[in-house]
Design a protein around this ligand. Structure first.
Ligand code: OGA
Ligand code: NI
Length: 339
């Protein structure tokens, strides 16, 4: 457990050498403004306002940024707040309460607490975060494997997971509609959902390290909750844009396998998380994806002789494996599966 950043970070005045990224990838001192350009979409408009316009906003945001936030999404504020406070309590609980879940090398544990990334033992530089990963859907299959501490973990995170999964399916149905596919087309690839709850302790030299290195998520779509602390940044045209840390909104991002399904009509966006010297930050990423054996390929309805398939067919699990083999290099992974 001594490798958890939260275990030692309060005792150091400088970032240890194996957490310092090379100058080309470290954040440096360049100010990254919070981008007002990342679209904020009012989802209540789907039922109560202009449905077609709202779908168009989702499609435009997914083409331009691969990222947007949704507000008035229907998930009660207290459900999100309770889940966030549960993760905070989990990460801040004494080592004794967490030790059975901990591993710093690859494991098949269903509920896994680890420092940095799934690749701690093989990576050159470590990320300034601790993370807890577990499956969430279907709830009955997984929730008994979740942390026992705090005691309300299963109840609060369970309630939040169910809501997030419903919202994810709704966004996939709207996206299908916007692309002219049949309504359930994309949602049929949402059989699984895994959580990564991320804890980024305050860092004495945020310019030298990263909470999460640049990547696009390898699943279908990701929904992310943040506390009020900034840190998430999106890459657009070689420029980093900060995402407004609105604890009431949900960040949505198009992931790589969705980019494949829609034959590049939407793009998965590369993003990263930076740290800060003042305050620990917590976020929760819900990765929605297909079963490992599912075949992923460009939708037949989106390809023809003028617009041939850009990618081969593959099993969803082959894509994930390639992503981990390349240490999370999303570009290389997409490239590998090109037709
Ligand atoms: C992730 C991720 C960003 C954040 O978990 O895949 O990109 O803000 N997290 O925590
Ligand atoms: Ni991500």
């Amino acid at each position: 457990m001594e490798k958890l950043v939260s275990n030692w970070s309060t005792n150091v005045g400088a970032v240890p050498e194996d957490y310092i990224y090379p100058p080309e990838t470290r954040p440096g001192n360049k100010h990254v403004p919070i981008g007002e350009s990342i679209p904020v979409i009012d989802l209540s408009q789907v039922d109560k306002g202009d449905r077609t316009l709202t779908i168009q906003k989702i499609i435009n945001a997914s083409q331009e940024f691969g990222f947007f936030q949704v507000i008035n999404h229907g998930i009660p504020d207290n459900v999100m707040k309770e889940a966030m406070s549960t993760w905070k309590e989990f990460f801040e609980s004494p080592p004794e309460a967490k030790k059975d879940l901990y591993a710093d090398r690859f494991t098949t544990k269903d509920c896994w607490l680890f420092p940095s990334s799934l690749n701690y033992g093989r990576e050159k530089v470590h990320m300034w975060r601790d993370a807890l990963k577990h499956s969430c859907h279907p709830l009955q299959k997984w929730h008994h494997m979740w942390p026992q501490t705090p005691p309300r973990y299963q109840e609060c995170v369970g309630a939040c997971s169910v809501e997030i999964k419903k919202l994810g399916s709704k966004i996939l149905r709207l996206t299908s509609e916007g692309l002219g596919l049949h309504g359930e087309f994309l949602d049929q690839y949402s059989q699984t959902m895994a959580l990564s709850a991320n804890y980024y302790p305050a860092c004495p030299q945020p310019e030298l390290t990263l909470g999460v290195t640049k990547h696009a998520d390898p699943c279908i779509i990701t929904l992310l909750l943040q506390d009020g602390v900034s840190g998430l940044q999106v890459l657009k045209d070689d420029t980093w844009i900060g995402v407004d840390p609105n604890p009431h909104a949900i960040v949505v991002n198009i992931a790589s396998q969705l980019q494949v399904l829609c034959n590049d009509k939407l793009k998965s966006a590369e993003h990263r998380a930076v740290t800060n010297s003042r305050k620990a930050r917590i976020s929760a990423s819900f990765f929605i994806g297909a079963f490992g054996e599912s075949i992923i390929e460009p939708a037949k309805a989106l390809v023809d002789e003028h617009c041939p398939p850009i990618y081969k067919s593959f099993k969803s699990k082959e894509f994930l494996l390639k992503f981990y083999e390349t240490y999370g290099d999303s570009q290389a992974t997409l490239e590998f599966f090109k037709a």
